[in-house]
Design a binder for this molecule. Structure first.
Ligand code: HEC
Ligand code: HEC
Length: 224
């Protein structure tokens, strides 16, 4: 290559760059027009935002589909939507306060507004719940009796009266079926010692011994 060929090669390259930048300008305008044509309604934007949050942020702990792999982190899939909303507000308001709630969920819920909370709750409520898991089969008969009939001598009511015969939850009362036993046991102890301060569940758990809580938690985890 001679010295005077260099400028013409450079010229050719800058022409190509110009063509490329015109193309990408056209691309931007085209995408903008397409974006405006397909613009979401406000409701759709909140739903998309909630789905994105659920998978990218919440999913790292609760599982992308709301079924968690860690026994101390609750499954959310198939949970009652009103219950989920109430819990997210309780974390945001810092009223659900045992150490794990404080450590994991107060920060996560702090910036959620009511609309995003409602969209997250209906997102999880419509997912397929965990199928249940038998981990402690010798405890199941005691757990079943306690759940379905309570322990009248110890002043413990039947859990099924509020959580449903199949433990699938009822209007605002949470689903317990298929939930991790370790998580359930921790909640029962937190209700009993008022770290999770809910009068009705504090009353229910007053007469329960540790082994009884373990048996009902194992029974609930085994249910589909
Ligand atoms: C770093 C892990 C982590 C992340 C991320 C996380 N969570 Fe949690 N979440 C937890 C733990 C741990 C608990 C159980 C707290 C306890 O034991 O009281 C929990 C509890 C909950 C509960 C209560 C469930 C029940 O059955 O009462 C809801 C609802 C919830 N999280 C929703 C969410 C949502 C929505 C997000 C995303 C915005 C999220 N979490 C992000 C760890 C996490
Ligand atoms: C009188 C109604 C009632 C009865 C009976 C009852 N519960 Fe509950 N339970 C509730 C309510 C209401 C909540 C939601 C509390 C809240 O808002 O935080 C709850 C919450 C729970 C939770 C927390 C679920 C979660 O995802 O964090 C567990 C575990 C639980 N109950 C277990 C039991 C067991 C086991 C029994 C029987 C020994 C029982 N409950 C009996 C009303 C009841």
């Amino acid at each position: 290559m001679t010295l005077n060929q260099i400028p013409s090669r450079l010229h050719g390259r800058s022409q190509r760059l110009l063509r490329l930048s015109r193309l990408s300008l056209f691309g931007c305008v085209f995408n903008l027009a397409l974006g405006l044509a397909l613009a979401d309604t406000p409701e759709q934007r909140i739903t998309h935002h909630a789905t994105h949050l659920a998978v990218e942020a919440c999913g790292t702990c609760h599982g992308a589909q709301g079924v968690s792999q860690l026994p101390k982190i609750p499954n959310l899939a198939g949970q009652d939507a009103d219950y989920l909303s109430a819990q997210l507000k309780a974390f945001r308001n810092q009223t659900r306060g045992d150490p794990d709630a404080i450590g994991y969920m107060w920060g996560m819920a702090a910036a959620l507004d009511d609309e995003t909370i409602a969209a997250l709750a209906s997102h999880y409520a419509t997912h397929t719940p965990s199928a249940g898991r038998v981990s402690h089969s010798s405890a199941l008969p005691m757990g079943r009796r306690l759940y379905q009939e309570g322990l009248p001598d110890q002043g413990v009511p039947a859990c099924s009266a509020c959580h449903g015969l199949d433990a699938h939850g009822l209007a605002g009362f949470p689903r317990l079926a298929g939930q991790h036993a370790q998580y359930l046991l921790k909640q029962l102890r937190s209700f009993q010692n008022n770290m999770r301060d809910v009068a009705v569940m504090h009353g229910v758990t007053q007469g329960l011994k540790r082994a009884e809580m373990e048996s009902v938690a194992a029974y609930l985890e085994s249910l589909p």
